[in-house]
Design a protein around this ligand. Structure first.
Ligand code: FAD
Length: 389
């Protein structure tokens, strides 16, 4: 059973305090400037790496902290106070190499984990494709074995940090879909160099999170040595699946924190802003939505840390991890929306931060898994209803 103590240990609280010190150093203005200048937060990532935070959940024998997903969620939640650019600048370092930890050889772990933990490597994660969307079984990027190499051709979409990554976690099809017994078999996972002589990354302009790029990626005759294949050929999707629950927990935890930030800003504003001779927060039309948001965010947080505790105890946590991510994204979006209405006209002014968090909150409902797909999962996997797709 998970530990239902609902409190953090002194060590876990110390994680939050230590990460908070770094977050204080890179304060609100740092992130406003990074967004305005479309500048990747290199200094912040370096500092997080230098203090060992990128490896918090990596095995100790490869230089990591050897801690659990609960601790990683506390760390990512603390970073979440500065928004999506802060978290997505370190996301892949913290958890992207989970398939390597679980299924890589000792030689691969020695080769790949230390530089990732030290922040020397930056990896892009290539799953999504233009013609497949959320149906990963339909990916078209092909890897064809040629002696000691695979030759890869295809396209990826929305690939984060592909402008500066030097490594690439890449899922490809090695056996045509129609030749596989199950549609998600025949996919093979690689971790390899982001070789720009064969890979082009074209940045996708977006309305949000300007400090961290997303890209359309074109792969043209990329040669990947067999030594860069993770696990067995054809099993790649299942290796990715292993990491999905922890990913949902970490991302959910960051959304809760983003919701708290805008909620606190709105509450402070509602106490101070005087209109019609009284603070606007005295109007229940302003106060009640904020009270609702507090309840929703804290409930989501409980679900997420329950999921984390289950995961760390080696128990199944799919329903809780999915539900936690869903509840957090929805609560965070609603909190941001309520905060916008509370700040009224000032909500659109960038210096108040709320508008940035409002724009970011929409991403939480779409990626890395949409709210629709989580409902599909709960309907079929938890309630046993017929699968709808
Ligand atoms: C900021 C950002 C960063 C990203 N970074 C990466 C990255 O680094 N690497 C990577 O691989 N991907 C990345 N993604 C992609 C992301 O993980 C999603 O896979 C992607 O956004 C899916 O978009 P799509 O339009 O292709 O989805 P589609 O599959 O086309 O779906 C479109 C809409 O239809 C809904 N829908 C589809 N099928 C069903 C169904 N059966 N039931 C109900 N609703 C359904 C979906 O929920 C969605 O709302 C990123 C996306 C964003 C926005």
């Amino acid at each position: 059973m998970y530990d239902a103590s609902f409190t953090f240990t002194p060590d876990q609280r110390a994680i939050r305090d230590a990460v908070q010190k770094i977050c204080d150093k890179y304060g609100e203005q740092y992130w406003i400037d990074a967004e305005r200048e479309h500048r990747f937060p290199e200094e912040f990532v370096r500092e997080m790496a230098d203090h060992g935070w990128l490896g918090i959940a990596m095995p100790e024998e490869y230089g990591g902290g050897g801690m659990g997903i609960t601790e990683a969620a506390i760390m990512m939640q603390t970073v979440g106070q500065h928004g999506g650019a802060a978290t997505s600048s370190i996301n892949v370092n913290v958890f992207g190499l989970h398939p390597v930890v679980r299924h890589g050889t000792d030689e691969q772990k020695r080769r790949w984990l230390p530089p990732m933990i030290q922040g020397k490597d930056r990896a892009a994660f290539g799953v999504t494709e233009p013609n497949a969307g959320l149906d990963t079984s339909r990916i078209e990027t092909r890897a064809v074995r040629d002696g000691g190499h695979y030759v890869v051709n295809g396209r990826k979409m929305f690939t984060t940090t592909a402008q500066s990554a030097n490594k690439f976690m890449l899922i490809t099809r090695t056996t045509p879909r129609e030749e596989c017994e199950k549609t998600l078999e025949g996919l093979t996972l690689f971790y390899t160099d982001f070789d720009r002589s064969c890979i082009e990354a074209r940045e996708v302009e977006k309305f949000v999170r300007h400090a961290v790029d997303i890209n359309a990626v074109f792969i043209d005759n990329l040669k990947i040595p067999v030594e860069d294949r993770i696990g067995e050929e054809g099993r790649g999707f299942y290796y990715l699946l292993d990491g999905l629950n922890p990913e949902r927990i970490l991302i959910g935890a960051e959304h809760v924190e983003k919701g708290r930030v805008v909620l606190n800003k709105a509450a402070e504003y509602a106490k101070e802003r005087i209109v019609f001779d009284r603070p606007i927060g005295q109007n229940q039309a302003i106060a009640h939505p904020l009270a609702e948001s507090w309840m929703e965010l804290e409930a989501a947080n409980l679900m997420l840390f329950k999921a984390a505790a289950l995961y760390d105890n080696g128990e199944p946590c799919g329903p809780e991890a999915n539900a936690g991510k869903y509840l957090a994204a929805e609560a965070s979006f609603k909190a941001a929306s309520n905060a916008m209405l509370t700040l009224g006209g000032y909500s659109v002014a960038s210096e108040f931060i709320v508008e940035r968090f409002y724009r970011e909150a929409i991403i939480g409902r779409i990626a890395p898994v949409s709210l629709h797909m989580i409902k599909n999962y709960v309907a079929s996997n938890v309630l046993g209803l017929p699968k709808s797709y």
